[in-house]
Each structure stands twice: as C-alpha cells, then as structure tokens.
Design a protein around this ligand. Structure first.
Ligand code: CMX
Length: 132
C-alpha cells in the first residue's frame, strides 16, 4: 500500500549552493547530508512536515543525476512514495505490467529499501518506492 509522499528528489549542480537557497529564502533547514556511493550521489534532506525534499548532487560520472542535469538541467528528478511493504508493491505493480528499473529493492539514503519504476511506464515521471 502507498502511504504518503516520502520525498521529492531535486537534482542540483551543487548541494551547498542549493542549501543556501533553501535555508535563507525558504527557511527550510537541512537535517542530514549523506553519500550514497552505489547511486553516485550526495544527498541532503530537508524535512517539510510529513515529507521531505531530497537534494541530489552527482559524485560520479556514471551517476543518473549527472546524466539528468546534462540533458535537462537542474530540477525535479523523482517522486518517492512511502510504502508499507516494498516487495508487495513491486509484485502488485509488476502484475499490472509496470516496468521497473530495479525490481529487487536496493538500499538508499537512511537505509531505506528503494525501487524505481521506469518513467516510460508512469507517464514520464521517475517514481521511487521507499520502505523505511
Ligand atoms: N524523470 C523523467 N524522465 C526521465 C528521467 C527522470 N528523472 N530520467 C530520464 N528520463 C527519461 C529521458 O527523458 C528519456 O526519455 P526519452 O527516451 O523520451 O528521451 C528516457 O527516460 C531515457 O533517459 P536517458 O537519459 O537515456 O537515461 P537512461 O535511460 O540512461 O536512464 C533512468 C534513465 C531513469 C533509467 C536512470 O536515470 C535510472 O536508472 N534512474 C534510477 C536511479 C536514480 O535515479 N538514482 C539517483 C537517485 C538515487 C536516490 O534517490 O537515492
């Protein structure tokens, strides 16, 4: 079951510069910065009530974020939905014919179990399932 929006992922060229914008202008403070080597990203979390904004900066040439910024520029990269059981959701969506980028959960920021649906299967939005 999808419970809520867990976070919105935003691709940025430089996390420190982006954090200045969010903290000084929007007055949203960063609570954590983490490196996820397997995804080639550095991420910063900014809680906004029940959900978060996740800023993503590429830290490797192979990072999906690097390619995304090269093609489209900085901006909204993905939406992550919190699920109660990621395995159940993957199984349910696969039966509906949805294509996954990874249908075996991997680990993302904060140790969450995550899986991505391909944007071609979702009307052009990169969707992440996230179980914490
Ligand atoms: N949102 C919507 N569409 C996207 C997209 C995004 N974030 N990224 C790529 N696309 C689209 C492209 O526009 C392109 O569409 P067209 O064929 O119509 O032009 C298509 O998907 C293929 O794009 P591409 O640039 O050729 O990129 P790849 O196929 O190499 O990779 C994707 C795209 C989504 C499979 C890849 O980025 C991926 O595997 N993402 C999942 C992992 C990830 O994003 N990790 C970083 C975040 C980690 C975290 O949050 O922890």
């Amino acid at each position: 079951m999808i419970c809520k929006i867990d976070h919105i992922g935003i691709a940025v060229e430089n996390i420190d510069k982006a954090l200045n914008f969010y903290s000084e202008n929007l007055q949203i403070q960063c609570t954590d910065v983490e490196y996820i080597q397997s995804q080639g990203v550095k991420v910063a979390f900014l809680p906004t009530g029940d959900s978060e904004v996740e800023l993503l900066e590429a830290i490797s040439d192979e990072s999906a974020i690097k390619k995304f910024i090269e093609k489209k520029g900085p901006g909204i990269h993905h939406i992550a939905f919190r699920v109660d059981s990621i395995e159940n959701e993957i199984g349910r969506l696969k039966k509906l014919g949805i294509t996954f980028i990874n249908d075996v959960p991997t680990y993302g920021a904060g140790g969450a179990k995550i899986a991505f649906l391909h944007p071609k299967s979702t009307g052009g939005v990169l969707v992440e399932l996230c179980e914490r």
